[in-house]
Design a protein around this ligand. Structure first.
Ligand SMILES: NC(=O)c1ccc[n+]([C@@H]2O[C@H](COP(=O)([O-])OP(=O)(O)OC[C@H]3O[C@@H](n4cnc5c(N)ncnc54)[C@H](OP(=O)(O)O)[C@@H]3O)[C@@H](O)[C@H]2O)c1
Length: 341
């Protein structure tokens, strides 16, 4: 005997099943790493991920992209301009900044592009530029801490900090501190561009020597991954601090993206994975979407392909609160800013 099921119920059931299937598929891509991080991951997820930002949704808004003279940052600046934002295009090399700004104005006639120059690893330079920027801008609606680097040998910044730490953690932290009041004027977003590489590194912050990678033999890829892990932890602390100001703070990873940085720093990886790598625009997508749509976000605020992701892989423990506290206090001391927690 046939039972009649109302079509509304059938429709809801089908939608529920489709949602359950995409959730499982999405999580499987994430766990499997390689397929999820390559262009396959984003091309599949694009079928079910949240809607694109509305065209023109950033008209009248200002967004700062650090490290916008190459790769993901350069593509991101173009995507923000596409949505109508005034783009503060940052780099450390004036000639590169001028060239990227010129290219952006050519590709997006009418785009408002402001050139910003500062070595993000140099805390004195960041202090001067960040204070001047805060003074100059009436409001700022987005900052993407995108600038990134990798060194072969242990090198030090102008103030004597290990270079990955200075460029990925200390400089962006100080800049966030200086820009926080300008970000608080209207609802805003701060995005920390981390890396899936951070899954391969625990929080190594027991003491100053460990944070500065003065102990053990130096490995540039490890230094990179450790500081990318620190970015995720610090972003969560900033999210907590700036929530009352309606400033959304998140971190994310872009997957594996074909950029000059990857060709230069990881040539073997680049050679092997090249056909599968994402385009820089694809790598920039989630940062642009986060700033443009300000989605609801829950701690630990780590995103990839327009969805929140775990910050630890299956075999890893959650962050040790003592190591988080050690990092937060070191960063405050090194940058001369009040502790976050
Ligand atoms: N590509 C990937 O597969 C991938 C994967 C995971 C995470 N990421 C992250 O995505 C971000 C962008 O990477 P990318 O692949 O696009 O790299 P990229 O092509 O090397 O671009 C890096 C940008 O950061 C700038 N930069 C580096 N050090 C700086 C400093 N001290 N001060 C100011 N600017 C500085 C560079 O400027 P110069 O041109 O002057 O050096 C450049 O504009 C990085 O944070 C990276 O860790 C990338």
């Amino acid at each position: 005997m046939c039972r009649t099921i109302p079509s509304g119920v059938l429709g809801r059931l089908a939608r529920f099943e489709a949602m359950a299937l995409t959730t499982v598929l999405d999580a499987a891509l994430d766990r499997a790493v390689a397929p999820g991080y390559t262009r396959l991951g984003s091309s599949l997820r694009r079928r079910w991920w949240p809607a694109d930002p509305e065209p023109g949704c950033l008209v009248g808004r200002r967004v700062l992209v650090t490290g916008a003279t190459s790769g993901i940052g350069e593509a991101m600046a173009a995507s923000f301009a596409e949505l109508g934002a005034t783009v503060h295009l940052h780099g450390r090399n004036p000639a590169k900044v001028a060239a990227s700004a010129r290219a952006l104005r050519l590709s997006h006639p009418g785009a408002e592009v402001v050139e910003e120059i500062c070595d993000i690893s140099d805390l004195d330079a960041v202090r001067t530029w960040g204070a001047e920027l805060a003074e100059r801008l009436p409001a700022l609606h987005g900052v993407v801490h995108n600038a990134g680097t990798m060194t072969r040998e242990r090198t030090e910044s102008a103030q004597g900090h290990e270079m990955s730490l200075a460029a990925h953690v200390l400089g962006p932290h100080l800049l966030t501190h200086l820009l926080a009041p300008t970000l608080a004027v209207e609802p805003a977003s701060v995005v920390w561009m981390s890396s899936g590489g951070m899954y391969g590194a625990g929080l190594r912050t027991a003491d100053a020597d460990e944070i500065e990678y003065r102990t053990g033999s130096f490995n540039g890829v490890q230094a990179y991954a450790r500081t990318k892990r620190m970015q995720v932890v610090l972003a969560e602390a900033w999210a907590h601090r700036l929530a009352p100001d309606a400033t959304l703070v998140t971190s994310m990873h872009p997957g594996w993206v074909r950029t000059p940085g990857v060709s230069e720093h990881l040539p073997a990886f680049d050679r092997i994975t090249r056909p599968t790598l994402r385009t820089p625009t694809d790598g920039a997508d989630t940062a642009v979407w986060l700033v443009a749509t300000r989605p609801e976000s829950h701690a630990p605020h780590f995103w990839h392909d327009r969805a929140q992701r775990p910050t630890t892989a299956g075999w890893q423990r959650d962050e040790d609160p003592a190591r988080v506290a050690s990092l937060v206090s070191y960063v405050a001391e090194a940058t001369g800013t009040p502790p976050l927690a």
